[in-house]
Design a protein around this ligand. Structure first.
Ligand SMILES: *[C@@H]1O[C@H](CO)[C@@H](O)[C@H](O)[C@H]1NC(C)=O
Ligand SMILES: *[C@@H]1O[C@H](CO)[C@@H](O)[C@H](O)[C@H]1NC(C)=O
Ligand SMILES: *[C@@H]1O[C@H](CO)[C@@H](O)[C@H](O)[C@H]1NC(C)=O
Ligand SMILES: *[C@@H]1O[C@H](CO)[C@@H](O)[C@H](O)[C@H]1NC(C)=O
Length: 165
């Protein structure tokens, strides 16, 4: 498994991701499982099934209350098999599009990638963008603890994740 080598890195990420959203030990373990499953596929399209199957809501298993931003297309240089990229596309809060649509321009949404947040770049109804990327299918999947929104292309945390856009 190519992804095993990332686990210590992930632990570090998650342990430090506690400023606004503290995760318990069990949740941190689940986060590692989710991200490992996501990055073991080949493409962004594989993320949704991996995300839903590791969050065992249907069988009453452990679930991370969270929002996944699922890229529709890939982009050279942003790798769906990177744990950092995967962690940056998950927000450990339940955010329906309604919640996001009320956020002010330049609001920041903390992600599982330590110190990196997603920024609201355009909050107009006709072209709602986060990190400059269109939210193309809001509320693509909604359950009591999970929401998935489809976005036109992947987010670039190197450009938007810090607080200096
Ligand atoms: C994506 O990341 C994997 C694992 O780090 C690496 O093996 C692969 O070469 C990368 N692909 C691209 C296109 O950068
Ligand atoms: C999102 O909106 C719903 C419906 O108004 C509300 O119940 C919920 O508390 C909001 N969630 C957040 C995180 O603000
Ligand atoms: C937001 O998008 C709308 C519609 O695409 C556009 O008219 C507006 O200028 C954009 N606002 C900003 C701040 O980019
Ligand atoms: C991501 O952002 C970095 C920093 O701004 C930039 O150098 C890089 O080209 C961007 N990658 C993509 C795929 O846009």
């Amino acid at each position: 498994m190519a992804s095993n080598k990332h686990v210590p890195l992930l632990l570090l990420l998650i342990i430090t991701t506690t400023s606004s959203t503290s995760l318990t030990d069990d949740q941190s373990k689940l986060v590692i499982k989710i991200i490992d499953a996501m990055i073991s596929g080949e493409s962004f399209e594989d993320w949704s099934e991996a995300f839903l199957s590791t969050n065992d809501e249907i069988n009453g298993g452990q679930v991370l209350t969270s929002t996944l931003f699922l890229p529709k297309t890939s982009v050279e240089g942003i790798n769906s098999t990177s744990p950092l990229v995967a962690a940056y596309h998950i927000v450990p809060q339940l955010l329906h599009f309604y919640n996001i649509s009320l956020m002010e321009h330049l609001s920041r949404i903390p992600t599982l990638l330590s110190g990196n947040s997603i920024v609201v770049t355009n909050n107009s109804a006709s072209g709602f963008t986060l990190d400059g990327v269109l939210v193309s299918e809001p509320d693509l999947f909604v359950s009591p603890s999970i929401v998935i929104h489809r976005i036109a292309s992947p987010f670039n945390f190197s450009r938007y994740g810090g607080d200096d856009i």
